[in-house]
Design a protein around this ligand. Structure first.
Ligand code: ADP
Ligand code: MG
Length: 287
């Protein structure tokens, strides 16, 4: 027979918008001592706005933005969406001959006769572009046209209003370490980490590096479990590698929801602490 607490726990959780894929995950939350978070879309809103445009090498800002918008038109990435939104002109998709999305780096595309590269410093370095580094606030997107640096577009995201409170309540419920993983640049990642009192920040990661870091954290631990919280398509492998994976369901990709053990139906980080409390109650009833 199925213990009553099984229904109590999962039922109580689902009434609070927390879908748990099996009673053992709710109980397993009792053993979690490390929480690992993805940054963009999980701790931050994941909605970017263009905050600065700077052109180089004879390009002007309008042309730079136009290149950005053409290059990003086929990308669903929130950074791409912000650049497309900022560009007010028409986009003739027929001109786009070749399009490659490079996870954790940016995009590579041929527009008519021009080869465009749009993405982070790692992409510029990989392609041996000589460029001017930006190191202010926000996420910088570099643009090159036919291997000539055309300038950068800075996009900015905001920390979710409830993120700080959610992290501090995790810590007061006995979670000993909170970690953040991101593909974003170090400068921006560290600013977010500091604001939220995150213990360890790992930046400039490719999707596969996120899995490697999670495995490392798991291997270093003597006991206890590691939970991961994410929302994006690229997060599915890390969700699968963690002991307990949380997907933020409201904005979450299908792949993330599929790979997760716990799905938060609303975009509310406070539900993580709610789930931990329900896990504790579930155990009490069993004993
Ligand atoms: P996160 O780990 O913050 O969720 P991603 O893995 O989605 O971020 O992306 C990591 C980094 O790769 C971004 O911060 C950005 O620099 C770059 N990037 C990824 N996709 C794009 C894109 N379509 N356009 C420009 N830059 C991109
Ligand atoms: Mg993400």
């Amino acid at each position: 027979s199925i213990p009553l607490s099984f229904f109590g726990g999962i039922g109580a959780a689902s009434r609070r918008g927390i879908l748990v894929k099996g009673g053992n995950y709710l109980e397993g939350l009792n053993e979690v001592n490390t929480f690992v978070f993805d940054k963009t879309g999980t701790l931050t809103k994941g909605v970017f706005k263009v905050t600065k445009i700077k052109a180089y090498n004879g390009f002007d800002e309008e042309t730079l933005l136009k290149c950005g918008a053409y290059g990003e038109i086929f990308s669903n990435h929130p950074i791409a969406q912000s650049i497309i939104k900022e560009y007010k002109g028409e986009i003739d998709k027929e001109l786009i001959k070749n399009y490659q999305e490079l996870p954790g780096l940016g995009v590579k595309v041929k527009v008519e006769l021009n080869d465009l590269l749009i993405g982070n410093s790692k992409l510029m370095d990989n392609e041996k572009i000589i460029y001017e580094k930006y190191s202010g606030m926000g996420t910088v997107v570099y643009v090159s046209v036919d291997n000539i640096f055309a300038g950068y577009i800075v996009v900015s995201d905001e920390i979710k209003e409830d993120a700080k409170e959610a992290i501090s309540s995790l810590k007061s419920s006995g979670i000993s370490k909170v970690v953040m993983l991101t593909g974003d640049n170090k400068h921006n990642a560290e600013a977010v980490g500091k604001e939220l009192n995150i213990d360890e920040v790992y930046a400039e990661l490719l999707p596969e590096n996120k899995v490697e870091i999670l495995e490392k954290i798991k291997n270093k631990m003597q006991n206890g479990k590691v939970a991961f919280v994410g929302d994006g398509i690229n997060d599915a492998p890390v969700l699968a590698a963690s002991d307990i994976g949380f997907a933020m369901g409201a904005l979450g990709s299908d792949a993330a929801i599929e790979a997760a053990d716990v799905v938060l139906m609303a975009d509310e980080l406070s539900k993580i602490s709610t789930a931990i409390k329900l896990g504790k109650n579930t155990r009490k009833i069993v004993i």
